[in-house]
Design a binder for this molecule. Structure first.
Ligand SMILES: NC(=O)c1ccc[n+]([C@@H]2O[C@H](COP(=O)([O-])OP(=O)(O)OC[C@H]3O[C@@H](n4cnc5c(N)ncnc54)[C@H](O)[C@@H]3O)[C@@H](O)[C@H]2O)c1
Length: 436
């Protein structure tokens, strides 16, 4: 079966390559010429473990191609996936301009039956609007079906998540369209992946409710961590014991500087906005968002209190991406924390295994000295701040770090080190929620 994937970002490229691996012929389309040029010459435009190999394999076997020519791709495909960006518009609502542009293009280009599949995260009602918008401009005898197929992959483990998802959600009013999608995903049927077949609105809502619930766990444990610091308790033991209860589960109970990334912040904001707009407020989600914002401020206060003052101090930052194994810095806690430290007069040295180039795009080189590894960051710094729990930060030679630092202080905002062990080295360890 021939498919088009519109958008070659984290979701579009992983899904396009994944579907090619499932045996489909996939034409990936992007409007950014430079991105397509890179892909045509074998360069992956962002960092995602295993993606280069997956793309190369499927390009070689002829099932994966790249183009900017949407007309040609649509003509050749029965099914057209949309995986363009749906960022926040700055007011907590979803900016649907990329989706609307694609819908406009498709309504001009479609000239026989197609199934349009929405992978982008879009507010409830968007898919129905798209179906009507495209259908309105088609000739009378042509029809289009729309399927909502929200994507749940996580950057950093995107391929595994796409190849072995916990579930596949398909929303549509049309059984024929659902049957075509089930056929596309038949490799997942074979490994007994649960499929949730539902209507458009339910599928759209499932995505937001899932992300909001995960974000709730994070904000919840961050508040508990802050309380632990006040009462002399250890949030790690609290989270561990909570997680052993199967009704709660251990995932997403790691305290830190708050959630970031291209999804949770904008999706929780859009979900809260939907609640408000429909007169059914989502008060828990609203609190989750404000707790998350406050958590970043609390981390800056923690550093300020720990150091006495920040002005003219050199602060070493380890980790810029919003989580390990990605170069994505969108809404990364590092953005707010570094910006605030700079405003307070700090000199910043920083290192991230993959995110430096993306960080530079936002901050430029100004005032930030980007280093080649963690030890270069530590050299001469008045404190080390761990912001992302990359594996290579988990096993640092702390003895060496202690001697390199001008002041032996580590703000371990991901709690990756044991305070008792760091204390043995004479390293002052300031974590999150470790009041015990
Ligand atoms: N990144 C994630 O981890 C993740 C996970 C699940 C769901 N999502 C959702 O998936 C969607 C895509 O996210 P992403 O992170 O891959 O976005 P992205 O910004 O990385 O990529 C979007 C791509 O779409 C292209 N594009 C925009 N308009 C286009 C057009 N008219 N024609 C062709 N290409 C066009 C852009 O050039 C870009 O390459 C969003 O709705 C997001 O919320 C993302």
């Amino acid at each position: 079966m021939n498919l088009t994937m519109i958008g070659t970002g984290y979701v579009g490229l992983v899904s396009g390559a994944g579907l090619a691996d499932f045996g489909m012929n996939v034409i990936c389309v992007d409007k950014e010429e430079q991105r397509i040029r890179k892909l045509l010459t074998g360069h992956i435009p962002f960092y995602e473990p295993g993606l280069e190999e997956l793309v190369t394999r499927n390009v070689k076997n002829g099932r994966l191609t790249f183009t900017t020519d949407l007309r040609m791709a649509v003509k050749r495909s029965l099914v057209i996936f949309i995986a363009v960006g749906t960022p926040d518009n700055g007011r907590g609502e979803t900016d649907l301009s990329q989706v609307k542009e694609v819908a406009g293009d498709l309504s001009q280009l479609i000239d026989d039956y197609k199934v349009v599949v929405m992978k982008s995260t879009v507010p409830v009602g968007t898919n129905r609007w798209i179906k009507e918008a495209i259908q309105k401009s088609l000739r009378k005898n042509i029809s289009v079906d729309v399927v909502s197929n929200p994507e749940f992959l996580r950057e950093g483990s995107a391929i595994e998540d796409f190849m072995r998802p916990n579930r596949v959600v398909l929303g549509s009013d049309n059984v024929n369209a659902l049957a075509i999608l089930k056929d596309i995903y038949r490799s997942l049927y074979l490994i007994e992946t649960p499929f949730v077949l539902t209507n458009l609105e339910t599928a759209e809502l499932i995505k937001y409710a899932s992300n909001a619930f995960l974000a709730t766990k994070i904000s919840f444990i961050n508040e508990v961590a802050n309380l632990c610091e006040k009462v002399g308790a250890d949030v790690h033991q609290v989270a561990k014991a909570m997680g052993l209860d199967k009704r709660i589960g251990p995932k997403f109970l790691h305290p830190g500087p708050g959630f970031g990334g291209s999804c949770f912040p904008k999706d929780t904001a859009a979900f809260a906005h939907l609640g408000e707009a429909t007169g059914s407020p989502l008060r828990i989600v609203e609190s989750v968002i404000s707790v998350n914002t406050e958590q970043r401020t609390k981390m800056i206060e923690k550093i300020e209190t720990g150091l006495g003052s920040i002005a003219e101090k050199t602060i070493g930052v380890l980790g810029l991406s919003f989580k390990p194994n990605t170069d994505d810095v969108r809404e990364s806690p590092a953005l707010d924390i570094v910006r605030s430290l700079l405003e307070k007069g700090a000199e910043i040295k920083a290192y991230d295994p993959a995110g430096i180039e993306e960080f530079k795009r936002i901050f430029g080189d100004q005032k930030i000295c980007y280093c080649r590894d963690a030890y270069s960051v530590a050299k001469g710094a008045h404190a080390l701040v761990i912001l992302t729990e990359w594996n290579e930060f988990r096993n640092l030679d702390l003895q060496k770090i202690t001697t390199l630092l001008a002041q032996p202080v580590i703000f371990d905002l991901r709690n990756i080190y044991d305070p008792a062990k760091t204390a043995e080295l004479g390293l002052t360890h300031i974590g999150v929620g470790r009041g015990a």
